[in-house]
Structure formats: structure tokens, C-alpha cells
Design a protein around this ligand. Structure first.
Ligand code: 13P
Length: 250
């Protein structure tokens, strides 16, 4: 399977710079004939009608489990339908830990968007104190994040994002990633991404870890040139390039 490369803009980029970024990436994919699946999750205010190649998908970082209604500050599916958005991130740790989304709410959201056939990138991962408590505790914590989640859903992609590695500049080691991904894959046969301080130059090592089907990148993906390098590396690796590369230089 070709590696999946996804960019989560979080609270970054304006409407104008988002359009420039998406157009840039779209052009790059066609110029280089790249057919890896690429996802971009801009802010809700930057959603628009974008003309993109079939392997470039624009998704939403969050939406409420409603078509419309009285949910101040939220958007519903009428706002996504306006731009043909059919892909959503659910369960991101920033929504769980900063915005206080409970597992019950995450599951409600999951089931709502599942019923509508959305592609769901479902995020899960443990905080530092859980990791420090050991592997059994970590796996126990992760399984709880699957409560109420239909893991057989056909349009599901999973993303393991250890909280302690997100936005900290400290990526999990390839050993850590390998251990968790193996355990998850044993039970759930779905594409599984890694996310948490992925950088251009660490990308190939991470993508080479067994059971890593791609990456969900925050900070290091916000500059289009860097995101292009990541796409380039993933594409080269699919062609069996053995060399560690962290630039678009041949
Ligand atoms: P960083 O790459 O900034 O650590 O963020 C990862 C992430 O949360 C992607 O969803």
C-alpha cells in the first residue's frame, strides 16, 4: 500500500495562504506524477471549493454532530456539504485534552459522521504519565479510546498520536512506534498513521517501521516546501529507494 501523507493545519494559515498551499501541493502532485494519498486539514474558515487531483483530499479538523442548529462556535454538515467535504479528523488529542471532548462525545461524533459515510481519520494516543506507567497501561488507555468506535467501518483510517510527542519536537522513537503499531494492527486491520513531531528528516525512518501506513503531520507540514519534501520521500520509498533522503535533491 502506498504511504499516506496528511497535514493538520491546526490553528494556522489564513484563507489566502491555505488556497496557495493547496494549489501548490496539487500542482506538485501532478507535475511529479505522485499517486500517494495526500490529505490536508485546513481551518474551518479556510474551507472552500478546491479543484484537486483525485489523490489530494481536503478534510475538516472538526465539526459538530449536526446538520445545523444552535451550537455556538461550531459548524455542521451543511457547511461541509457546501464545499463537498467528506473527510474529518475525530478524536485528536488537542480536542480531547484542551477542548475537553470526552470519549462519549468523540463516539457520538464518530457515529454521526460514520452514518453519513465520511472518511474518518480517528486519532488516539496516551499522555506522558501513562507512557511512563508502562506498555500494559498504555495499551489499556488506548483501548479505552476505542470505546463506542466501530473499528470495522470501511472508511476508517487510524492515527496513533502519542500526546507527549505532539508539538513538542520530540517524536516517538521508531521502537516505540513499532511496538504500539504492531499491537494495534494485530487487532485492527485498518490503515494506521503515526503523528507526533514528524519532521522531514525523520520521515523515512518512521515510514520504514513495520505497520506504519503513513503520517499525520502538524508543525513540520505548514511550510509547503517541507510538505512537498515529505510527499517526495514517501513516493520515492514506494519505489524502493533505500537511501535516506530528506530533500527533493536527487
Ligand atoms: P506535530 O507534528 O506538530 O507534533 O503535530 C502532530 C499532530 O497533532 C497531527 O495531528
Amino acid at each position: 500500500m502506498k504511504k499516506i501523507i496528511a497535514s493538520n493545519f491546526k490553528t494556522n494559515h489564513t484563507r489566502k495562504s491555505t488556497r496557495e498551499f493547496i494549489e501548490d501541493i496539487n500542482q506538485y502532485l501532478s507535475e511529479k506524477n505522485i499517486d500517494n494519498d495526500v490529505y490536508i486539514f485546513p481551518t474551518a474558515t479556510s474551507l472552500d471549493s478546491f479543484e484537486t487531483a483525485s489523490n489530494l483530499t481536503i478534510g475538516v479538523q472538526n465539526a459538530y454532530y449536526t446538520k445545523s442548529g444552535s451550537f455556538t462556535g461550531e459548524i455542521g454538515t451543511i457547511h461541509l456539504d457546501e464545499f463537498g467535504i467528506k473527510t474529518i479528523l475525530i478524536g485528536h488529542s488537542e480536542r480531547r485534552h484542551i477542548l475537553g471532548e470526552t470519549q462519549k462525545e468523540v463516539a457520538l461524533k464518530y457515529n454521526y459522521f460514520k452514518a453519513l459515510g465520511y472518511k474518518i481519520i480517528y486519532c488516539f494516543g496516551e499522555p506522558l504519565e501513562v507512557k511512563q506507567a508502562g506498555l500494559t497501561e498504555t495499551l489499556g488507555y488506548i483501548w479505552e479510546q476505542f470505546d463506542g468506535i466501530d473499528l470495522n467501518y470501511e472508511n476508517l483510517i487510524l492515527a496513533y498520536e502519542p500526546v507527549w510527542a505532539i508539538g513538542t519536537g520530540i517524536s516517538a522513537t521508531t521502537e516505540d512506534i513499532g511496538t504500539i503499531h504492531r499491537k494495534i494492527k494485530k487487532k485492527i486491520d485498518k490503515p494506521l498513521l503515526y503523528g507526533g513531531s514528524v519532521k522531514v528528516c525523520g520521515l523515512q525512518d518512521i515510514l520504514e517501521v513495520p505497520n506504519v501506513d503513513g503520517v499525520l503531520v502538524g508543525t513540520a507540514s505548514w511550510v509547503a516546501e517541507d510538505f512537498k519534501k515529505m510527499i517526495y520521500i514517501a513516493n520515492k520509498m514506494d519505489q524502493n529507494s533505500k537511501k535516506i533522503i530528506c530533500s527533493t535533491e536527487e
